[in-house]
Design a protein around this ligand. Structure first.
Ligand code: TRP
Ligand code: SF4
Length: 400
């Protein structure tokens, strides 16, 4: 139940570009081979800032999912779904809102930052303030323990951890917890019970993390425990109440080394992108018109790669030999910029060829995309429902 589970979400921004590919998607491709992964489209999150312009969200969702699939996200390995189709996220968001201190939300750094950055927009809304809590619900509802995010999202993961702790502390302290936990230990059978107790002591008295991990593994493997007993034993292990919600850990995704065509960060709003479905002629045209070291006015002027955005592309795409050829040729004016750009054009085209092919396939087969998402939503919903049963129980909502 508490084995490693990865969850990540992306706002529906429509078609993706090389920045997304090198910054996020390649990381997802690696993770899907290693862990149980859930990847979702955070369409409600889009409304927290764009509530006044909902037009086009649906198309953006589809375009983005086609690009995920085109990049190689594999629905046979990972679960792909759309947030708004798993309405349990909203129920958990509501229930958590009851016990979330307002100050915690006001203190999240993005709250004031974004309000200032997007000053033209009225972001003094309930939904915008609650955005980190919605993100917490997204994570906690799957008991996901690993969440790949960029640097800017780390405070949200920290917020989620504190919230889970507060929740378990507040609602995991059922009457007679200690006795119930002791009874559950016995149900493990004498050998495992002894091992569990030894690990628990080693962790609580000596802070032995390896012992904590072994005990968790033991609980994950134990077949004959009820859900309730399992949660008790996880909580008892760490000295809290029942562990109903799992504290997630951030898997920090390194910032992408992929710059835009002008050397700034690649971003749609800067108009400096190469999209994942870019046509090969367009790839060549965009790279040929990229700015270079301004000192190279004439072909005979030597240049400095460190001052050239094309060099950043070589750092992503070229091997050592090519880079040496660039450095030598540029600084001696031995090669021209058009010549220098050719290996980059070839490499980008080669990278995009299989992606374009898969994108074309999914564009021609929209039903397949719909089915992948319908399947994913169903699987996600099953997991979400399990957690909500426990959360409702813990919060006294047992009316039937
Ligand atoms: N807040 C994230 C962003 O803006 C997207 C997101 C929403 C997310 N819910 C999430 C990411 C849960 C990871 C896990 O980029
Ligand atoms: Fe940039 Fe290459 Fe031209 Fe040097 S030769 S300025 S690295 S494009």
């Amino acid at each position: 139940m508490y084995s490693d589970r990865v969850l990540s979400g992306m706002r529906p921004t429509g078609r993706l570009h090389l920045g997304h590919y090198h910054g996020v998607l390649k990381n997802w491709l690696r993770l899907q081979n290693e862990y149980q992964c859930l990847f979702f489209v955070a369409d409600w999150h889009a409304l927290t800032t764009h509530y006044d312009t909902p037009q086009g969200i649906e198309e953006n969702v589809r375009d983005m999912v086609v690009d995920w699939l085109a990049a190689g996200v594999d629905p046979a390995q990972a679960t792909l779904f759309v947030q708004s189709r798993v309405i349990e996220h909203a129920e958990l968001h509501l229930l958590l809102s009851m016990m979330t201190p307002l100050g915690w939300l006001e203190r999240v750094p993005t709250y004031k930052d974004q309000q200032e950055k997007l000053a033209s927009k009225d972001l003094s809304t309930y939904g915008f303030l609650g955005y980190p809590l919605l993100m917490s619900a997204d994570i906690l509802i799957y008991r996901a323990n690993r969440v790949p995010v960029g640097e800017d999202q780390i405070p949200h993961i920290e917020f989620t951890r504190e919230l889970a702790r507060r929740f378990n502390h507040m609602y995991g302290r059922e009457p007679g917890f200690e006795d119930k936990a002791r009874a559950a230990v016995k149900k493990l059978g004498s050998k495992k019970a002894r091992l569990y107790d030894e690990c628990r002591t080693a962790y609580q008295e000596k802070g032995d993390d390896a012992a904590l991990e072994s005990a968790k593994a033991l609980l994950n493997d134990a077949q004959n425990l009820s859900m309730n007993d399992r949660e008790r034993l996880f909580g008892y292990l760490e000295g809290s109440g029942k562990m109903i919600l799992v504290e997630p850990e951030a898997l920090l995704t390194e910032a992408s080394k992929m710059p835009g065509l002008d050397g700034q960060k690649m971003s749609k709003s800067y108009g400096n992108t190469i999209s994942l479905r870019e046509d090969p002629d367009e790839v060549a045209r965009k790279i040929r018109t990229m700015p270079t070291d301004p000192a190279r006015v004439r072909r005979t002027d030597p240049g400095n790669p460190a001052k050239c955005p094309v060099w950043q592309f070589h750092l992503v795409y070229s091997d050592d030999a090519t880079r040496q050829w660039v450095t030598a040729g540029c600084t001696s004016a031995g090669i021209g910029c058009i010549e220098c750009k050719q290996p980059v054009i070839d490499a980008v085209r080669a990278e995009l060829a299989p992606i374009r092919e898969r994108a074309a396939y999914y564009e021609d087969n929209p039903d397949q995309v719909r089915n992948i998402l319908a399947d994913g939503c169903e699987k996600a919903q099953e997991l979400a429902r399990d957690t909500m049963r426990d959360v409702r129980d813990a919060m006294g909502l047992t009316f039937s």
